[in-house]
Design a protein around this ligand. Structure first.
Ligand SMILES: *Cc1c(COP(=O)(O)O)cnc(C)c1O
Length: 361
C-alpha cells in the first residue's frame, strides 16, 4: 500500500506527523550541511548540541515548563520510570498509587520493592472501566508522592481532573502528553515514553521538580539517579540522539497546529465522532464508562471475538491499520493521537457504520 492509502491507528509506536517525517527524510543523509546524518554524529558535537538545546526549549515552551522543573531525555521507556520513581522518591516512606490500568498496576507492584505502597484507589474489580473520583481516593498523610496514569492506553480511560493531594503528583502521561494543556507546576514528576504522541520509541521524557532529586536510595544505579541526569543535562552517557531530533521535528509541526491548545481544541471532536457511533450502535459495546472516556484510545468490542477479529481484518484491507485491541484485553482499539488526521477519524467512522449494517442481524 502507499502511505496515502493508509490511516494508522496503532497504540504505539504510532503515527507521526507527515511533515516531521518528510523533513527527517530530507535531512537524512546530510543534516544542516554537516555532511552526516543525525544518527552518525557525536552527541558532543555542536550540531547535536544545538538539536538537543532547541528540542528542550521547544518542549519547555509547548508545555509551559517552569524554571523549578528540569526536562530530561532518558532511555529505557516509561517502564524504566516505574523503577526510577520509587528508587528516587520513596526513601523509607509510603507512596500512594491509583491503579487504573495495566501500566499503573505494574508501576505499583514495582514500587513495592523499594518501600511501602498504599493503593489509593483501584478500578481493577471493574475491569479498569473507570477513573476514580477525588472523593474515592484514600490518601496517606505524609505520603512521599501520589502516582497515577493520566491515560490508560489499553483500557481507553483518561483522568478528567488533576488529583488534589498534599504529596507531590507523579504522573505517567505516555499516551496523552501534548494533547491537552497542563499546569506543570502542580506535578513533582511527569514522565512519558515518546512513542505514543511524540517521537519514535527510544526516548523517555521526564519533567521533574528539581527539589525532588538527590534523595535516591543508596543502591540506586548511577544511571537511575535523576540527580545524575539533571547534573549532566541528560548527557551522562550517550542520549537517544535520533529520537530527540525527531521529537524536535514533531514539536515544530505541533507549533504549526496551534500547539498543545490546538490539539486540545480538536481532540474531543475527533473522539466524539467515534463515541457517537458507539453510543448509537446495536453492535458495538464501549469498554470505558462514559465519564471516564479517553480521547486518545477508544476501546470497544462487538461481543463476539471472531467478529472483532473480522472488524480489524476488513479494516486493514481498506487501509485502516492496527485496530486490534491490546493482546491482554482483546476487542478493538482505535488510537487517535495528535498526528491522527481528522480524515483518518472520518474514514474509521464511515467504516464502522458500514460494518455494522453488514454484520448486525
Ligand atoms: C506504552 C505505555 C507504557 C510503556 O511504555 P514503554 O516505553 O514501552 O516502557 C507505560 N505507560 C503508558 C501509559 C503507556 O501507554
Amino acid at each position: 500500500m502507499k502511505r496515502e492509502e493508509v490511516f494508522n491507528f496503532s497504540a504505539g509506536p504510532s503515527v507521526l506527523p507527515r511533515p516531521a517525517l518528510e523533513r527527517a527524510a530530507a535531512e537524512m543523509l546530510n543534516y544542516n550541511g554537516s555532511g552526516m546524518s543525525v544518527m552518525e554524529m557525536s552527541h558532543r558535537s555542536s550540531f547535536f548540541q544545538e538539536i538537543f538545546d532547541s528540542t528542550k526549549a521547544k518542549l519547555k515552551a509547548a508545555l509551559n515548563v517552569p524554571d523549578t522543573h528540569e526536562i530530561l531525555f532518558l532511555q529505557g521507556g516509561a517502564s524504566t520510570q516505574f523503577s526510577m520513581i520509587p528508587m528516587n522518591l520513596i526513601g523509607g516512606g509510603t507512596a500512594d498509587y491509583a491503579v487504573t490500568g495495566n501500566f499503573a498496576n505494574i508501576a505499583m507492584k514495582e514500587a513495592k520493592k523499594y518501600g511501602t505502597v498504599h493503593v489509593a484507589a483501584s478500578s481493577e474489580a471493574d475491569n479498569f472501566t473507570y477513573i476514580p473520583t477525588q472523593s474515592e481516593l484514600t490518601l496517606t498523610p505524609d505520603a512521599k508522592y501520589f502516582y497515577y496514569c493520566a491515560n490508560n492506553t489499553i483500557y481507553g480511560t483518561e483522568w478528567g481532573y488533576v488529583p488534589e493531594t498534599a504529596a507531590p503528583l507523579v504522573c505517567d502521561m505516555s499516551s496523552d502528553i501534548l494533547s491537552r494543556r497542563i499546569d506543570v507546576a502542580k506535578y513533582g514528576i511527569i514522565m512519558a515514553g515518546a512513542q505514543k504522541n511524540m517521537a519514535p520509541a527510544g526516548v523517555t521524557v521526564v519533567i521533574i521538580d528539581k527539589s525532588l532529586a538527590g534523595h535516591e536510595l543508596p543502591y540506586t544505579p548511577l544511571m537511575f539517579s535523576y540527580k545524575t541526569m539533571i547534573d549532566k543535562d541528560s548527557m551522562y552517557n550517550t542520549p537517544p540522539c535520533w529520537c530527540i531530533y525527531m521529537l524536535g521535528l514533531t514539536l515544530d509541526w505541533l507549533e504549526t497546529q496551534g500547539g498543545v491548545a490546538g490539539m486540545e481544541a480538536i481532540k474531543h471532536e475527533k473522539a466524539a465522532m467515534i463515541y457517537d457511533i458507539l453510543d448509537n450502535s446495536a453492535l458495538y459495546k464501549p469498554h470505558a464508562r462514559v465519564d471516564s472516556r479517553s480521547d486518545m484510545n477508544i476501546t470497544f468490542r462487538t461481543g463476539d471475538a471472531d467478529l472483532d477479529a473480522q472488524f480489524a481484518k476488513e479494516a486493514q484491507a481498506r487501509g485502516l491499520m492496527n485496530l486490534k485491541g491490546h493482546r491482554s484485553v482483546g476487542g478493538i482499539r482505535a488510537s487517535l493521537y495528535n498526528a491522527q488526521p481528522m480524515e483518518g477519524v472520518k474514514a474509521l467512522a464511515d467504516y464502522m457504520k458500514e460494518f455494522e449494517v453488514k454484520h448486525h442481524v
